[in-house]
Design a protein around this ligand. Structure first.
Ligand code: NAD
Ligand code: ZN
Length: 345
């Protein structure tokens, strides 16, 4: 498999990037959801009139549509309109569209070319980059998928202008994570709220470079790439428990506080550093209102997490602001304590 490629630039350059590939396709498909059809597709077409001939595939928006049934309908629509092995699928949307579009493309006729154009901050700094595709099963997220790279991921922060504020902030949860695990300068940059929008391009490219570094060294996630899971063990459990009420970045933000607390109990960070994490998270996110009766079910979600090996809870923890280490094996009791810590904040 080839290494990941991305371009961070104006969508006006999209056509030249396509031409550089020196490829031809029999059919081009563009996958959107109802929101990206309204807000992002016109921007893409205006800048790239050659795409007017492409077939548009439109989905309802939302995580609940990231299913096999929807993939089935997409494969059928493509077959009905003459798609073959030489077709191209362009995924224009957030993580749901790029995850599912990547899965559909990497399995259709045993794999056709695809390109991601992420339109959410979460997509631009994370989901559309790294080669993981996937769909959900009824009770569990991302259980079926492939490792497959798009021809390239094309990132233009212009698309974020129409993104609802809550979605933008949710994406910042991932950005805080990159700062905490690998880049103190990025973490500091996030304190400058006034210039946040101005700094967005720098922020995005910094995150992409950090993720790229991990992927190039550890594509299948057996080592360093696990660092990207910081905040995600507890975060995923919270996200699953609240089933759609809490956005991914919101859950990860709470998860980062809990897991930083674990880092403190492991003597990896100081109380002052924990305070810094909490301050950063609450400068963007409201506290998720947990009740004591929720702690046990959240813990059960965590134990079911696929990242745990042989029933032991495996964490990536920070060793300071901007540094992290993998494979910290912890017991249920400590994790419960970390949830109680968050609960009592
Ligand atoms: N493959 C990976 O490595 C990876 C990593 C992280 C997350 N993910 C996946 O990503 C998904 C979450 O992604 P997401 O947060 O981008 O969610 P999403 O795709 O559901 O997008 C969020 C909402 O914003 C709307 N939207 C998107 N772009 C817009 C724009 N520019 N203007 C207006 N509205 C816009 C969408 O229609 C949707 O309603 C999850 O399914 C998660 O599992 C995958
Ligand atoms: Zn994440």
């Amino acid at each position: 498999m080839t290494d990941p490629t991305y371009h961070i630039e104006s969508i006006n350059n999209f056509e030249s990037r396509i031409n550089e590939l020196d490829k031809t396709w029999t059919n081009i498909y563009i996958l959107v959801d109802e929101n990206t059809k309204e807000h992002c597709y016109p921007l893409l077409l205006d800048a790239n009139p050659f795409l007017e001939v492409a077939n548009l595939l439109v989905l309802d928006a939302g995580e609940e549509y990231k299913t096999l049934e929807i993939c089935d309908s997409l494969w059928s629509s493509m077959l009905d309109t003459g798609a073959d092995r030489k077709s191209l699928l362009i995924n224009l949307g957030g993580g749901v569209i790029t995850d599912m579009g990547g899965f559909v493309a990497s399995t259709f006729k045993r794999g056709i070319d695809f390109i991601h154009i992420p339109t959410t901050l979460l997509g631009q700094v994370d989901a559309a980059f790294g080669g993981k595709t996937g769909i959900n099963l009824e009770y569990s997220k991302n259980q079926v998928g492939t490792f497959a790279h798009p021809l390239f991921t094309f990132i233009d922060s212009q698309f974020l202008r129409t993104l609802p504020e809550r979605e933008l902030i949710s994406g910042l949860g991932e950005v805080i994570k990159y700062g905490l695990i690998a880049d103190k300068v990025l973490f500091e940059l996030l304190k400058d709220k006034e210039s946040l929008i101005q700094n967005l391009d720098t922020i995005i490219s910094t995150c992409v470079k950090i993720k790229e570094g991990y992927i190039l060294n550890d594509f299948k996630e057996s080592g360093e790439r696990k660092k990207l899971n910081f905040g995600h063990s507890v975060g995923h459990a919270i996200e699953s428990y609240f089933m759609g009420e809490v956005l991914h970045g919101e859950a990860i933000a709470a998860g980062m506080i809990c897991e930083s607390y674990l880092a403190l109990t492991e003597k990896l960070i100081t109380e002052k550093e924990l305070e810094e994490v909490i301050e950063m998270v609450f400068s963007f996110f409201n506290k998720i209102e947990l009740e004591e009766k929720m702690i046990e079910p959240i813990l059960n979600e965590l134990k079911a997490d696929k990242k745990n090996e042989n029933g032991v809870l495996n964490f990536t923890l920070i060793d300071g602001i901007g540094e992290s280490s993998i494979n910290h094996f912890l017991g249920e009791k400590e994790v419960k304590e970390s949830l109680m810590f968050y609960f009592n904040l």
